[in-house]
Design a protein around this ligand. Structure first.
Ligand code: HEC
Length: 199
C-alpha cells in the first residue's frame, strides 16, 4: 500500500499522521494524535451532564438526591401500609405501626404539647397525670387500652376525654406519640399502676 491511497480513519482534512511531540523521557516519545471522536463525545457529554446534575440536584435542589428519594419512597410505602391496615380496623398492631410513621409522630407531638403537657409534662414524666415513660400502667399497656383511656378519659381521676375535642384520627396520632415515650424512663412522678410490657 502506497502513501497516496492511504485513507485516514477519521475525516479530518489536516490529518497529520504520526507527528511526534517535542519531548522525550527515558527514550519514550509521545505522538500528537487526535483523540477519537467517541472519546471526545464521552468527555464533553460527561461534563455537560455533570453541570446539569450539579445545578439540578445541588444548586437548585429541584430533585431529591437518591438517598432522600429512597427515604421518601419508604415513608410513602409505610404510610400506604398503615392506611391499608387502618381501613381493616384499628388494632394494637396498627397503632404500633402508627408509632413508627414520622408524620404521625410529629402530628401527635404537636397535639401532646398543646393538650397533654399541663398534666403529663413535656417529656411525659408526669405531674397531675401519671408518668407515661415508665413501665407501669394503671389502665394497661396495650395500645388499644391506652387509646381507650385517651378517648374516653377517667373522669373520676381527672383525665379528660379527648374523643369529642380531637376525634378518632387525632386521638390515634397523639397515642402514636405517647407510644414513642414508653420505656424512655424519664425521672418524674413516681410509678403508678402495674408493671406492664407490650411487645
Ligand atoms: C387535666 C389533666 C390531664 C390532661 C390534660 C391529660 N391527662 Fe392523661 N391522665 C391524667 C390523669 C390524672 C390520669 C390518671 C388516670 C387514673 O388514675 O385512672 C391520666 C392517665 C392517662 C393515661 C393512662 C396512663 C396509665 O397509666 O394507664 C394516658 C395514656 C394518658 N393519660 C394520656 C393523655 C394524653 C395523650 C393527653 C392529651 C391528649 C392527656 N393524657 C391529657 C390527667 C390528664
Amino acid at each position: 500500500m502506497t502513501q497516496e491511497n492511504h485513507t485516514p480513519r477519521d475525516n479530518r482534512t489536516h490529518y497529520q499522521q504520526d507527528s511526534v511531540m517535542g519531548h522525550e523521557y527515558d527514550g519514550i516519545q509521545e505522538f500528537d494524535n487526535r483523540l477519537p471522536n467517541w472519546w471526545l463525545w464521552i468527555m464533553w457529554g460527561s461534563m455537560i451532564f455533570a453541570l446539569f446534575y450539579w445545578i439540578t440536584f445541588h444548586t437548585l435542589k429541584l430533585q431529591p438526591l437518591p438517598q432522600a428519594r429512597f427515604e421518601q419512597v419508604m415513608l410513602q410505602a409505610q404510610e400506604d401500609q398503615l392506611a391499608r391496615a387502618a381501613k381493616a380496623g384499628i388494632t394494637n398492631e396498627t397503632l404500633v405501626m402508627m408509632s413508627q410513621v414520622p408524620s404521625k409522630i410529629t402530628e401527635g407531638h404537636e397535639l401532646f404539647v398543646k393538650h397533654c403537657v399541663a398534666c403529663h409534662l413535656d417529656k411525659g414524666q408526669g405531674l397531675v397525670g401519671p408518668n407515661l415513660t415508665d413501665g407501669y400502667w394503671i389502665h394497661g399497656c396495650e395500645p388499644m387500652q391506652m387509646l381507650k383511656v385517651i378517648q374516653t378519659g377517667v373522669a373520676a381521676k381527672g383525665m379528660p376525654a379527648w374523643m369529642n375535642q380531637l376525634g378518632p384520627t387525632r386521638t390515634q396520632s397523639v397515642l402514636a406519640y405517647v407510644l414513642t415515650l414508653r420505656d424512655t424512663n424519664v425521672p418524674g412522678k413516681e410509678s403508678q399502676g402495674e408493671p406492664c410490657e407490650f411487645k
